[in-house]
Design a protein around this ligand. Structure first.
Ligand code: PLP
Length: 261
């Protein structure tokens, strides 16, 4: 159907604008984001930051999209649709971080969820090293309503060793709040113990814990899935805490469905 023939009502339905990279293996990235949000019955629109060449075991190539083109895609998606939440994944470079931040500043009322994707679960870096990490913290994180690091990403953002206990997690998470994040969800998937606990930190509120039994299963793209589901629930007007709880439940159910490796 030609876009101009798309019924007006459809364009006015809440959409999640998904910003990130493609993953040829289908395990993670935009494909995973779109599938997750579609399963919630929420529509998506896109801004592609990079095309990656990957199998499930190796990252072979990254072809970044020019930063101006990323910003143009975002602006076009925002004009075309009723964007009710934004989900940000792979950003590839400092220049793309700046381009995304510039567009976010133009639409401050839309909740944005940032999955600070630094490395591919197939191996290899998805964000340039050096100043890009600083730019992420300085320019983008303060514009986001929620940042969802795992323990490794949290440590890299905190420029510290990976947290091995609650106190260290709180200290590193607080550091992100101090640098302007409105809320931080620290994912405990890489920790050990019978429970997989994610901790939601918001300034001036008591940390909230979300527990699920730890499953002896792994799947690529669970970070993409969680942040996408949270953005999908936010787009459907759920509050942050409810969106996080439902998002975690969804990832747990998906993990339960797969057979052990
Ligand atoms: N985005 C892309 C394009 C990726 O390739 C990956 C991981 O390979 C991710 C995001 C993050 O994936 P995960 O949800 O496994 O952290």
């Amino acid at each position: 159907m030609d876009r101009k023939d798309q019924p007006m009502a459809l364009r006015r339905e809440p959409h999640v604008l998904v910003i990130g990279g493609t993953d040829s293996s289908g395990g993670a990235g935009l494909g995973r984001d779109i599938a997750t949000i579609a399963a919630l019955g929420v529509r998506t629109c896109l801004a592609v930051t990079a095309v990656t060449v990957q199998t499930h075991d190796a990252l072979m190539a990254i072809h970044p999209v020019p930063p101006d083109c990323v910003a143009d895609q975002m602006r076009a998606a925002l004009v075309a649709n009723e964007v009710a939440a934004i989900k940000i994944g792979m950003l590839a470079s400092e220049q793309t971080i700046a381009a995304v931040a510039a567009v976010l500043r133009e639409c401050p009322g839309i909740p944005a969820v940032l999955d600070p994707v630094l490395a591919a679960s197939s191996g290899g870096s998805l964000l340039q090293t050096g100043t890009a990490l600083k730019a992420l913290k300085r320019d983008l994180i303060p514009l986001c309503d929620l940042v969802t690091p795992n323990l490794i990403e949290l440590a890299m953002l905190a420029d510290a060793a990976s947290a091995s206990n609650d106190d260290e997690i709180m200290r590193q998470g607080q550091g992100l709040l101090d640098s302007g994040a409105r809320a931080v969800l620290v994912k405990g998937g890489h920790a050990t113990g019978p429970l997989s606990t994610d901790i939601l930190l918001c300034s001036s509120e008591t940390p909230r814990r979300f527990d699920a039994p730890r499953l002896d299963k792994s799947m690529r793209g669970t970070g993409c899935m969680l942040a996408s589901a949270i953005a999908g629930y936010l787009a459907n007007a759920s509050i942050l805490e409810v969106s996080v709880r439902k998002g975690k439940q969804l990832v747990f159910e998906q993990l339960q469905k797969i057979s052990p490796e």
